[in-house]
Each structure stands twice: as C-alpha cells, then as structure tokens.
Design a protein around this ligand. Structure first.
Ligand SMILES: NC(=O)c1ccc[n+]([C@@H]2O[C@H](COP(=O)([O-])OP(=O)(O)OC[C@H]3O[C@@H](n4cnc5c(N)ncnc54)[C@H](O)[C@@H]3O)[C@@H](O)[C@H]2O)c1
Length: 333
C-alpha cells in the first residue's frame, strides 16, 4: 500500500513509519519537521494549511492515511491552541485524504477521552475500561481527541461509500530508546515510572510499546473492512505498567474504586475489542523490553510481581531473561 503518515517525525510516528516500511508498504512521512534516519521519504508542510494539505494529498494519491500529527501532550500549549490545532489538523487531513481517494484513513485519539485525572471526582463505571465506557473529557487535549473520533465518524457517515475511517486510543506510548533509559513524553524514565506508582497512576498504569502500536496500525489498514466505518479502538499492552497488581495500587489514587477484578498483571484498559474485530494483540511487555541496565534500577517489584512475562507472546528482545532475573533477585533481597 502507498501510505501517508502525518506526524511521522514524532515519538509514535517514527515507529509507525518504520513498522509499515518493514512490512513492505511504501511510506511517505509528512510533518512540520524532518528527522534524520527515518527510512521513508519525508515532506515538510504545515497541515494547518487546508489548501496545501489538499494539494499534497491530491498529488500523492495515497491508498491510506494514518493521521498522528497533533499537539500530543495535555497542557503543553494554551488550552485554546490545543483544541483549535488538533481539531483543524484532523479535519484538514481526513478531508484531504478522502478527497484524494484514500480508501483507509486512521486517526490517533487518546484514552484521556475517558476522563481520568480529572480534578473533580472521576470513577470508572467498571473495569477494565473498554470502548463502551462513557467518555468525560476534562481538558482541551482530551476534548480535541473526542473531536477527532467524532470527525472520523462524521466523515464515515458522509463519505463511507469510498473510504473507511477509524480512530484508535493508544495508551502511553513507549518508544524503543525509552526502554534503554531515554526520557519519556512525561519527563521521566520508564523505570522511574515503575518505581513511583504515583507517576503512572494518573493514566491508570496504561502503556503501549510503540512497535506494538505500529503493528496495530498495520493490522487496522489490512482489516479495516471488518470494523464498522468510524469505529474506535483502545490499543494498550496486555499488562499494566506497575510492579504490583492494579487492584492493589488503584485504591490509593482513586479512593473507593473497586478494581478487584484486575488481578495479577491485568491492565485497566482492555484491547479485547481490537483482538476480536481485527485480530490484533500486543506482543511486548515492560517485563520483556526493559534493557538490563534499566531493569537493574528497579526497586522491589513487590510480593505480587509475576515471575514471568504475562501472556503477550514471545519476548522481542534479548533483555527478557535478564530483566526477569533482576526482578527475581530484587524480590529476594
Ligand atoms: N505518545 C503517547 O503516549 C500518545 C498517547 C495517546 C495518543 N497519542 C497521540 O498519538 C499521536 C502521536 O503522538 P506522539 O507522541 O508521536 O507525538 P509527537 O509530539 O512526538 O509527534 C507529533 C508530530 O506531529 C507534528 N505536527 C504537529 N503539528 C503539525 C502541523 N501543524 N503540521 C505538520 N506536522 C505537525 C510534530 O512536528 C510532531 O512530529 C498524537 O496524535 C497524540 O495525541 C500519543
């Protein structure tokens, strides 16, 4: 497939560009900035420019478009800027993509649409959270992401004959270098997040390896005909980013929250719908991906930490055995 990825220079975008390229797709990355070493053709453009975006899509005539470009961090710009930017970017890209004849258009939403982290009371109606759970965005970023889902659904109703639209809610994305200690989007390392549960509690301990996100994108592009046009999917790891069960940790941060169903390593977000409809499932866990030097920095993983990776498929790096053995050593001490 000839695929355009917007935001291809970004944290998630680079893994998506790589992953699609490795599967043999012809990938074009469109972003405001270029990055070195991306194995794809790159074009720089401001996607806020509707005419330029329309002209570019018409010239490139992609089979599919993956829209990731956004202001990607809540409160990283004035609220009005985040809402206006993310809304306009999505409208421009989805409009231009389908006008240019793209058969598949997928946009990145966010789990924040659910409403966790709200300064007013927020409680999950049930756990694990799935796509049927009510949404309650409480900041401009989350609101813009709900708008992105609605924009995809609107275009599905308007142009669903010729284009399949969809959106996905990737959990906290961890790129390959972040397993080796690079600073994450939130300004700390993965190990710091594991050692201090308060850091991950704000997003209910969710996470996703960027390469698993890329695999989801590839899977959706291949199987979008199996989904409803405009459908939304949660996309997260099969375990929580925590060394202790979420059922134990969550009540400390959401008093009164009954998370007792989340036994063992189960995450608060379910990707079961993506597996049921599209056949996608995550294959990477922090337990298999953390580099040995980072795993050595883990504090006690706690009494309930598993001795092996959860059922997420074969480990994808040679760090698995060392990470598991470090865990065991720390627990024993
Ligand atoms: N990283 C996460 O944990 C996470 C979680 C949930 C959802 N998402 C969503 O996934 C997408 C990608 O996230 P990311 O972490 O890679 O973000 P990122 O900030 O690393 O990348 C976003 C890219 O979009 C580009 N961009 C922004 N405005 C643009 C414009 N006007 N024209 C052209 N390009 C523009 C930026 O230059 C950047 O390269 C975003 O939509 C984000 O909201 C990310």
């Amino acid at each position: 497939m000839r695929i355009i990825v917007t935001g291809g220079s970004g944290r998630l975008g680079q893994s998506v560009v790589r992953g699609l390229g490795e599967l043999g797709h012809e990938v074009l990355s469109i972003d405001r900035i270029e990055v070195d070493g991306l194995p794809a053709r790159q074009l720089t453009i401001d996607l806020l420019d509707h005419s330029a975006t329309t002209a570019l899509m018409a010239a490139e005539r992609p089979d599919a478009v993956v829209h990731l470009a956004a202001i990607a961090v809540p409160f990283s710009a004035p609220e009005a800027t985040i809402l206006a930017t993310n809304s306009a970017l999505t409208f421009n890209v989805l409009d231009a993509a389908s006008a240019a004849g793209a058969g598949r258009v997928l946009a990145a939403s966010s789990p924040t649409v659910i409403g966790y982290g709200s300064p007013t009371t927020w409680e999950p109606r049930y756990l694990p959270l799935d796509e049927a759970h009510p949404v309650r965005p409480w900041n401009a970023y989350a609101l813009s992401k709900l708008g992105i889902e609605n924009t995809a659904a609107m275009f599905a109703r308007q142009r669903g004959e010729s284009t399949v639209f969809g959106s996905f809610r990737p959990c906290f994305v961890i790129s390959p270098e972040e397993w080796d200690g690079a600073i994450t989007q939130q300004g700390h390392t993965v190990v710091e997040r594991l050692n201090d549960p308060a850091l991950a509690a704000v997003s209910l301990f969710n996470y996703l390896d960027a390469r698993d996100a890329a695999a989801f994108v590839a899977c959706w592009l291949e199987n979008a005909h199996l989904a409803d046009n405009g459908e939304v999917f949660f996309v997260g790891a099969a375990d929580a980013l925590a060394t202790r069960p979420v059922a134990e940790l969550l009540p400390d941060y959401l008093p009164g929250c009954d998370a007792c169903g989340l036994t063992g390593t189960l995450p608060a977000f379910s990707s079961a719908h993506a597996e049921r409809v599209l056949g996608w499932r995550p294959t990477r866990s922090w337990r298999t991906e953390l580099s040995p030097s980072q795993a050595a920095l883990l504090h006690s993983p706690g009494t309930a930490a598993p001795t092996a990776a959860p059922d997420v498929g074969a480990p994808h790096s040679s760090t698995a055995a060392s990470a598991a053995s470090v865990s065991t050593e720390v627990r024993a001490s």
